[in-house]
Design a protein around this ligand. Structure first.
Ligand code: C2O
Ligand code: CU
Length: 489
């Protein structure tokens, strides 16, 4: 395979170089689409029931009449926002109306492995899978997306993803903006490129080997979006729903914002920041102040990928994007200031950790092994606390996501984590050669035969094998064997 500058077709994917700067070039002509809140009903057992129907679609993203072939849940692109409260039992009827197998993983959710929607829970075309679980974790911005082994990148790229918001009493007691679509806004950021006929281009950057980097941003599926703001403060739930690209979000005028939550929920204390870096799969909730009548732009600055200059260039680490324009009304409704203290600190104790494991990410492997659906890579004991030390050994950008649990970051390259890594996380960027130490507790949901995944969330890497499996077992119990085939519906 020879890779060069013009673009080379490889098995349907086109290879090309990156390098994009849209600052000052975005016209912000479309109102930001806000995904609808999913409707739900209560069944006879008191469970909240949602329906998510995966289907093919078409959309004219740029208003030029060119229809892009897409996929979405209950619509043409992306899906509705699911919302449930801590303590509730939920059921999601996942209906597969695609012509191929897919499934849905609840990214960030603490739930039994059989309900997790990993590669072992495939849903055949025409079939329905109805996972059910009790929500038992703090208020947070989670998300959902397919996870069929080897095809996750393709399915997410076509548009299969959505947000899953969890609520709880603690969050509800704080003076924070929380009117969905009014002052509490989902911001799902994805990059795409379009072919001449308007199709999503699968332009993989082979030189950096990180995957698809697009030159056009979609926010909730909207190209060049603006948001009308009518309150003094607005909460943005940022989700990097891209398959490969890392962003460094901030504002065009460099104003500070309040970071209140990360992947797994609220921070102990509000962090006043100017930038927040999000690699694929990560979330951040920020609250930004606006002044009457002003316009300000959410921007992505070139992220610090920690890589050398050449790999930074080819990994999109030099790219800048105008993401979303905020248009403040001439009179704004009052909003209380964001409190400094959010939730009581709840730190896992390294002294309580029974086991330390080490994970080395390099090439398309973790600990020199490529994903094998039939192999259990780690068995953790229910109730135990573990430290996972994870390092990016090959120097290209990677991140690390663990299913079922939220972890805390003990250190990054031996130093204390910055504020944006001080709370609950399920996905973390791995700066090359600098180990991160994570601590997590496997409280319940043991099942020796059904694994959870851990993997790089750059989806091409994941699909190519940079993934492993762990099971949660009872004390003294041995891991079993994952079932062959792996259909749940
Ligand atoms: Cu967002 Cu294993 O996935
Ligand atoms: Cu990776």
């Amino acid at each position: 395979l020879v890779v060069c500058c013009g673009g080379v077709a490889v098995a349907g994917w086109v290879v090309a170089r990156g390098g994009t700067d849209t600052v000052g070039k975005v016209d912000f002509v479309r109102p930001l689409a806000v995904p609808p809140l999913a409707t739900s009903r209560t069944d006879e057992r008191g469970r909240r029931v949602f329906d998510l129907l995966a289907r093919d679609g078409r959309r004219d993203f740029r208003g030029d009449g060119r229809l892009t072939r897409t996929a979405g849940f209950n619509g043409d692109f992306l899906g509705p926002t699911l919302r449930a409260k801590r303590g509730e039992e939920v059921v999601v009827n996942v209906v597969n109306r695609l012509t191929e197998e897919t499934n849905v993983h609840w990214h960030g959710m603490h739930l039994p492995a059989r309900m997790d929607g990993g590669p072992h829970q495939l849903v055949r075309p025409g079939a329905t899978w109805s996972p059910t679980w009790r929500v038992d974790q703090p208020a947070a911005t989670l998300w959902y997306h397919p996870h069929p082994h080897g095809r996750t990148e393709e399915h997410v790229y076509r548009g299969l993803a959505g947000m899953f918001i969890l609520d709880d009493d603690r969050e509800a007691a704080l003076p924070l903006p929380r009117r969905y679509g009014v002052d509490d806004i989902p911001v799902i950021v994805q990059d795409r490129s379009f072919s001449r006929s308007g199709q999503f281009r699968k332009t993989r950057n082979m030189i950096s080997s990180i995957g698809v980097l697009g030159d056009t941003l979609l926010v909730n599926g909207t190209v060049a979006p603006y948001l009308d703001v009518r309150t003094e403060r607005v909460r943005l739930r940022l989700l990097n729903g891209s398959t490969a690209r890392t962003y460094d979000f901030g504002f065009a005028d460099d104003r500070a914002f309040a970071l209140i939550a990360t992947d797994g929920g609220l921070l102990d204390r509000t962090a006043r920041l100017h930038r927040v870096r999000l690699s694929p799969g990560e979330r951040a909730e920020i609250v930004v102040d606006v002044r009457p009548g002003e316009r300000t732009t959410l921007r992505s600055f070139p992220p610090d990928l920690g890589a050398d200059a050449l790999s930074r260039r080819f990994a999109g680490g030099v790219d800048r994007f105008d993401v979303l324009q905020l248009r403040a009304a001439s009179t704004l409704a009052d909003a209380p200031p964001v409190p400094d203290a959010l939730v009581p600190p709840d730190r896992l104790d390294p002294a309580a950790a029974a086991t330390t494991r080490s994970f080395v990410l390099s090439g398309r492997t973790i600990n020199d092994r490529s994903m094998d659906m039939g192999r259990i890579d780690a068995a953790v004991t229910r109730g135990s606390t573990e430290i996972w030390e994870v390092v990016n050994r090959d120097g290209t950008p990677h991140n690390f996501h663990v299913h079922d649990v939220q972890f805390q970051v003990l250190s990054v390259d031996g130093g204390a984590p910055p504020p944006e890594l001080s709370g609950w996380k399920d996905t973390i960027f791995l700066p090359p050669h600098r180990p991160v130490r994570l601590i997590m507790q496997f409280t319940d949901h043991s099942d020796p035969d059904m694994p959870y995944m851990f993997h790089c969330h750059l989806l091409w890497h994941e699909d190519a094998g940079m993934m492993g499996q762990f099971v949660v077992v009872e004390p003294g119990q041995r891991p079993g064997r994952p079932p062959a085939g792996g259909h749940a519906g």
